[in-house]
Ligand binder design. Structure first.
Ligand SMILES: Nc1ccn([C@@H]2O[C@H](COP(=O)(O)OP(=O)(O)OP(=O)(O)O)[C@@H](O)[C@H]2O)c(=O)n1
Length: 392
């Protein structure tokens, strides 16, 4: 049997990037031989094994043919007669279809090295269309390698467009689409992911709310760029620490949508609550906190109560962090006139101080004053209002 390093590890080594995960392909071996060598089998649909010591993935070389529609209709052949070239041919992009043997020699039948040099993401063969996830994967690679100047080959973008138009993207699971989305949002230039999807009609099924609204889409792109301005002074650097967490990035992406649209999209993508909470809070309260010349105590108390800022201070902090890129966009992009006169750092500090002040109101003190039942809540709110007003 022959063993080759394949996929991302070869690609990223050639790009001079750090390699975190290694995948191998094994040619000319049977599952029984792998098990006899101490590997454990993990693949359900096709034979993939974990190395007994390193736990790295070793997949038997295979060919795949799509039989039916949907994501699962594949016929797989992983017999010992499958060659390395055949295995590489079923892969998505030429830059992902380069193998390295144990002597360090590169096997590159689809000219991935040339495409790496020319910075082109190009599909290997027509079999690309058999896996709709690849539309999102290519958009993600375009995002990740944007800093190097990579673009998508015209013919590949055209295939992606055909795939999106065919409706095949709906056969993907929400988890897989979200995973690609999340990984792209955490890259240095996340807007490239969504621009790429828009360019191939890939927003229609999973991000319908954004494909239907030009202005919501533009707001998403501008707000994501604003995060980049704030967090990456050097966007070109690989792994520039993504100081804005996924909650803030996703909220930025949703910042041009109504609360109802954000909820629809989160439900469709099965976004985890910790992430969708922030996007929904931003959508629900951005107008009252940003589109006004001065903050008033009633508004602040309502927002504190509705966001449960009292018991969820960390979530509230993320919410404020998520408002920042919306508030700090260049004034010509601000949605309402009032936003342009906003000095966010001062306003944020004021909101934080108001929360601290209101939080200092002691409910025991109110009870001791003789308030009963629903009166307690009212008196508590009044006392908090007083504290906030005193600050403003
Ligand atoms: N839908 C897919 C998924 C994977 N692959 C192939 O399997 C390899 C490994 O896939 P994966 O680990 O998901 O991605 P990487 O290319 O290693 O990229 P990343 O750095 O994002 O993990 C890819 O390089 C590609 O050759 C593919 O052709 N089509």
């Amino acid at each position: 049997m022959q063993v080759y390093l394949v996929g991302g590890a070869v690609r990223d080594t050639l790009l001079g990037r750090t390699v975190t995960e290694r995948d191998y392909v094994v040619v000319g071996a049977t599952p029984a031989q792998m098990l006899a060598k101490g590997f454990t089998q993990v693949g359900k649909d096709f034979p993939v094994f974990l190395h007994p010591k390193t736990s790295e993935e070793y997949a038997l070389a295979r060919t795949e043919r799509k039989m039916g529609s949907g994501y699962t209709g594949f016929e797989c052949d992983a017999s010992t007669s499958v060659t390395l070239e055949e295995d590489l041919k079923r892969r998505d992009l030429t830059v992902n279809a380069i193998a390295r043997d144990q002597d360090g020699e590169l096997i590159d039948p689809y000219h991935g090295q040339k495409d790496l040099q020319q910075k082109i993401l190009r599909h290997v063969s027509e079999a690309f269309s058999e896996d709709p996830l690849r539309v999102f994967r290519v958009a993600r690679f375009a995002t990740r390698y944007a800093y190097l100047g990579f673009t998508i080959a015209e013919e590949t973008l055209s295939l992606m467009t055909d795939m999106a138009k065919s409706g095949e993207l709906t056969s993907l699971s929400a988890e897989r689409v979200w995973q690609e989305t999340k990984r792209s949002l955490l890259e240095a230039t996340p807007e490239v992911f969504f621009k790429t999807l828009k360019a191939c009609n890939g927003l229609d099924d999973w991000f319908a709310e954004l494909s239907q609204s030009e202005s919501a889409f533009n707001t998403a792109i501008q707000t994501l760029k604003q995060i980049q301005r704030q967090t990456h002074s050097q966007p070109q650097e690989q792994d520039a620490s993504p100081s804005a967490p996924i909650e803030v990035r996703f909220a930025a992406f949703c910042s041009g949508l109504s609360l109802n649209d954000v909820q629809q999209m989160c439900k469709r993508l099965k976004v985890q609550n910790t992430v969708s909470d922030i996007a929904e809070m931003v959508s629900a309260h951005k107008t009252s906190l940003l589109n006004c010349d001065k903050l008033d105590a009633d508004t602040l108390l309502t927002v504190f109560n509705k966001t449960d800022a009292w018991r969820r201070p960390e979530r509230f902090r993320l919410f404020l962090n998520a408002l920042q890129p919306i508030a700090m966009q260049p004034s010509d992009l601000a949605q309402a006139g009032a936003m342009s006169s906003l000095h966010w750092p001062e306003r944020e500090a004021l909101i934080t101080q108001a929360l601290v002040a209101a939080n200092a109101v002691d409910v025991q003190h109110i009870i001791a004053q003789g308030f009963k039942g629903p009166e307690i809540r009212e008196a508590l709110n009044n006392a908090k209002l007083e504290k906030i007003s005193a600050l403003l």
